[in-house]
Design a protein around this ligand. Sequence first.
Ligand code: ADP
Length: 169
Amino acid sequence: VLALPAAAFMLQEQEAHAAQMERTFIAIKPDGVQRGLISEIVSRFERKGFKLVGIKIIVPPKDFAQKHYHDLKDRPFFNGLCNFLSSGPVLAMVWEGEGVIRYGRKLIGSTDPQNSEPGSIRADLAVVVGRNIIHGSDGLETAKDEIKLWFKPEELVNYTSNAEKWIYG
Ligand code: ADP
């Protein structure tokens, strides 16, 4: 069998990467914004090699916070959580990359900062579960729903970063 020309092989590889591209919704909650942690958190996603495709700062109304956290509506902390999310500016973002949903959650760390792995955002920068500074979608369907809730399609930018060929090969 003749070897594929290098260019065709590279194209196949690029297509394989493109097929695995995902988007996730990441939000810095009001505590993270007020504590001046935006650049610290954004830089961790950026340096990893993920691509920022949407970003805005908003104070979400309470009913919007309730929509975002609707899965938790029966939990005792639901009301306090929604009050908190709508108490100040939230930095809403969409990040793109291979495995960004699952690995984004690793960068963030587990829900309670007391149990988060050292090196993760919540472990390094937060102390209690009710002020854990950041949100990240927990699966493919949630990511789709949350991106749709927070962003209009035209607020998301499709672009090729020159770094991609160095990140993915
Ligand atoms: P995660 O944000 O890690 O996906 P959950 O979806 O379980 O975690 O919870 C959503 C948010 O609710 C958490 O990030 C945290 O801010 C808050 N929360 C979760 N558990 C508690 C709790 N026991 N007390 C207060 N707030 C909580």
